[in-house]
Design a protein around this ligand. Structure first.
Ligand code: ATP
Length: 232
């Protein structure tokens, strides 16, 4: 569904991505792994069109989306949940959802109902301002905002970051339901979450893809985990 070919991203004078190659098969959860500063967030943000200086190619459903602006990329049906959530602190949960909607048709309302069943915490906090939500609720709202539109592909950047274990559990359960209808590209440092959700993984190191395979390969290979992730 998504193919990233020999991606090079420059940010100002820095050559940050230096050859990222990655494929996300339709219906899969594909996880991007790597140490801090390896280039995982830059990869996702490059797909979303946030940087002007990107070379190589990015294909979504076999069409190049390279150099398109973020709003066009979102309109193709690519949802994005950024690392530090993208909710409006001064708006209620309800208002945050309405602002995210590209259309207010029956299908969008149906998706919203489905999302509120998936995240009952959001239903309970419906009239609460975004700034007053817990970290977990903010993450749920950020995911719900991305999925309220027709979103065949979801890019999620470290959904477990900074969350209490109970919230990590809830977000993971929701992702397990979301995967039934949505292809997912996930950046995740929490290896338990990554390995439980992921079908495939790509290891990025120093701005390059250095290893890829089925997740079970990484689960079985302690040496590989130590070498690139520093974990046993
Ligand atoms: N706006 C920027 N200006 C300069 N350097 C940047 C900028 N954004 C990212 N970088 C650098 O690019 C490299 C990759 O950063 P990136 O955020 O993609 O890493 P990451 O793998 O997602 O790590 P983390 O898990 O810490 O978020 C880092 O060395 C970072 O300092």
């Amino acid at each position: 569904m998504l193919k990233i070919k020999d991606l090079h991203t420059h940010i100002e004078q820095f050559h940050i991505l230096q050859g990222v190659n990655l494929e996300v098969p339709e219906g899969s959860v594909t996880v991007v792994l790597g140490r801090n500063g390896a280039g995982k967030t830059t990869t996702i943000r490059s797909v979303m069109g946030f940087y002007p200086n990107v070379k190589g190619d990015i294909l979504f459903q076999d069409q190049s989306i390279l150099q398109q602006p973020p709003y066009t990329i979102a309109k193709h049906g690519i949802g994005y949940v950024p690392e530090d959530q993208d909710i409006f602190a001064g708006l209620t949960v309800e208002e945050n959802m309405r602002v995210a909607m590209r259309k207010e048709d029956d299908k969008t309302r149906e998706r919203q109902e489905w999302l509120l069943d998936l995240f009952p915490d959001l239903k309970l906090a419906w009239k609460r301002k975004g700034g007053h939500l817990s970290g977990g609720q903010k993450q749920m709202l950020s995911i719900a905002r991305a999925l309220v539109n027709d979103t065949p592909l979801l890019l999620v950047d470290e959904p477990s970051k900074g969350l209490a274990p109970i919230m990590v559990e809830k977000v993971m359960e929701a992702m397990n339901v979301i995967r039934e209808t949505t292809t997912i590209l996930l950046v995740e440092q929490n290896f338990i979450m990554a390995s439980q959700l992921g079908d495939y993984f790509y290891m990025i190191d120093d701005g390059q893809t250095v290893f890829e395979g089925e997740m079970k390969l990484l689960q079985e290979d302690e040496g590989l985990r130590k070498k690139y992730l520093g974990i046993a």
